[in-house]
Design a protein around this ligand. Structure first.
Ligand code: B12
Ligand code: SF4
Length: 472
């Protein structure tokens, strides 16, 4: 049986990997979703993985079954591909985050939909669909345990097109209940964990020194975290992950993480307003602790990529400049800027449906305004999001970050992470001509770059405009 597994890509992401410069490679590192589906496939199946960021769909070739994974922003492209294959007589199965959260919608475009993990359901789905007896939506009775997962067939991917094929997942889900988060919704605020021994065996078998934990909150369970970190220590690897700032409250854990080879973390700071955090039920972070937490991570040689979101009800035009200044003053190493987006299936979506301006899921990628903000115009929100992205990755600021890191011996370990990720985001700004302007100023003045450089130099020297939100 020939199975084609597709990771769709739309808009400017499609075929991005074909460019020889700024081709999005740094952001292509996981593919664990389809590798896991491939691993769960029957041994006799011939499986091929296709990534639309890199390759064209082989329309001329015949497959017995097509499986497509998708996040919300990629659902329209996934549905388009599904229609085309089904018109040609090939059955299609959909899975991944969006079909898990909107299974009825996805079922209208496919022969079968898998809700949640592929493991434990996929062989049955294949057999049913091949026999023309699909039950439509397939769900687990209860979420399966993560012990004994099959070995991932990483050889199905071409290493040249990815930053690394060494992505590993130790846990699934998150124990927090942030209202905007698809992970919280899909996993019902629960986290499942693989046996530490199996994770260590997988990591130990990876060639080279660097790998990525794609977990959403790797260090959520302290006991598990300690055991995992102690086991990682002798392997001498370097790795990055996502977590919350809670890790910085326990020195022992932070020391262990550093000794285990952690050189960078992504943390969703989201906003510098406590009221905004409360609006989305993000209870694991306190704004007044940001500064100390980031400092503690830096002191342990761990770089910090922060996620920030604009468009909360409390945000006004001044929020963009203020956030940029605070990110600088905290010495954040990299930032992922997002627009407030109620994703279908989340608590936020149920609450905010009445304020949605755009129902095209392709725009639910955190970079388009799809929701009516309370204190900003749609134009200002888009412009401010773009402007902060560009300004944070201006060459002047990037050089400053590198110099700061080089001057602090404790941070040297995280220097490669910092340089790589800054260049990657800068490349994105260049390739996609991200511009914007500061909504607190008039458009012409804020786009005048000699003036912007002059202001920056003044700010650098004076450290002005810190807003007084953070404790020192
Ligand atoms: C790694 C990652 C990325 C990586 C790589 C993604 C990739 N293609 O491999 C990168 C950096 C590229 C990325 C980018 C983005 N991401 Co992302 N990403 C993740 C992350 C952290 C882990 C995904 C992963 O590897 N999981 C491990 C695998 C094993 O688990 P899984 O995906 O759930 O797969 C299992 C099941 O779902 C099922 N399954 C999955 N697919 C299929 C298909 C079939 C046919 C079947 C049967 C079953 C099946 O079986 C699998 C095994 O059990 C998730 C968080 C998460 N927990 O999902 C966010 C996440 C998926 N990303 C998200 C977002 C929003 C984005 C961006 C839009 C962010 C941005 N602002 O730019 C971009 C989109 C880029 C684009 N347009 O293509 C959101 C999606 C929300 C939503 N509802 O759509 C998530 C959930 C993060 C979050 N907290 O909200 N991401
Ligand atoms: S802590 Fe992060 S992964 Fe967990 S629910 Fe909140 S946003 Fe989602």
């Amino acid at each position: 049986m020939k199975i084609l597994l597709i990771a769709p890509a739309s808009g400017q992401w499609r075929h991005l990997g074909r460019h020889w410069w700024f081709n999005g490679k740094t952001f292509r590192f996981s593919m664990l979703s389809l590798l896991s589906v491939a691993a769960a496939s029957p041994a006799e199946a011939e499986v091929r993985i296709l990534d639309e960021q890199i390759e064209e769909v082989p329309w001329g070739e015949r497959f017995d079954l097509v499986g497509i994974t998708c996040m919300t922003a990629l659902a329209p492209r996934a549905y388009e591909l599904a229609e085309l294959f089904r018109q040609g007589g090939t059955p299609v199965v959909l899975g991944g985050m969006h079909p898990t959260l909107c299974p009825e919608e996805a079922a209208g475009h496919a022969d079968a939909v898998v809700v949640g993990d592929a493991e434990g359901l996929w062989p049955e789905v294949i057999a049913d669909v091949a026999a023309g007896k699909s039950r439509g939506i397939y769900r687990h009775g209860s979420s399966p345990e993560l012990a004994g997962l099959a070995r991932l067939p990483r050889h199905l991917l071409s290493g040249r097109s990815y930053a690394t094929l060494h992505a590993v997942q130790a846990t699934r889900g998150c124990d927090q209940g942030c209202a905007f988060c698809s992970v919280a919704a899909a996993h019902q605020c629960r986290q499942r964990r693989r046996p530490v021994g199996e994770v260590l065996e997988e990591v130990g078998g990876l060639a080279g020194r660097f790998f990525i934990f794609v977990d959403d909150h790797l260090l959520a369970d302290r006991e598990y975290a300690r055991e995992l970190l102690k086991g990682l220590r002798p392997l001498g690897k370097r790795w990055v992950t996502q977590t919350t700032l809670a890790i910085t409250q326990e020195r022992e854990l932070l020391n262990l993480a550093a000794e285990a080879g952690c050189v960078g973390v992504f943390v969703g700071l989201e906003t510098f307003s406590p009221a905004n955090l409360a609006e989305v039920n993000k209870g694991c972070h306190r704004v007044e602790e940001y500064r100390q937490a980031v400092r503690a991570l830096h002191d342990h040689g761990i770089g910090v990529e922060a996620g920030v979101v604009f468009g909360f009800d409390g945000d006004r035009p001044s929020v963009f400049r203020q956030t940029l200044d605070l990110l600088e003053s905290l010495e954040i190493d990299a930032v992922q800027v997002s627009v407030f987006t109620p994703l279908p299936g989340t608590k936020l979506f149920s609450r905010e449906q009445g304020r949605l301006l755009d129902w095209n899921w392709a725009h639910y990628d955190f970079h388009h305004v799809v929701h009516q903000p309370a204190g900003l115009s749609v134009e200002a929100l888009q412009a401010g999001h773009d402007w902060v992205t560009r300004a944070f990755y201006s060459p002047l600021r990037m050089v400053r970050r590198v110099v700061r890191c080089v001057l602090d011996r404790r941070r040297w370990r995280s220097l490669p992470f910092l340089v790589l990720i800054n260049l990657a985001y800068w490349g994105r700004v260049m390739r996609w001509h991200i511009r914007g302007w500061d909504p607190a100023e008039d458009r012409v003045r804020s786009s005048c770059w000699p003036r912007a450089i002059w202001q920056e130099l003044r700010r650098w020297r004076g450290r002005r405009g810190m807003g007084g939100v953070l404790s020192s």
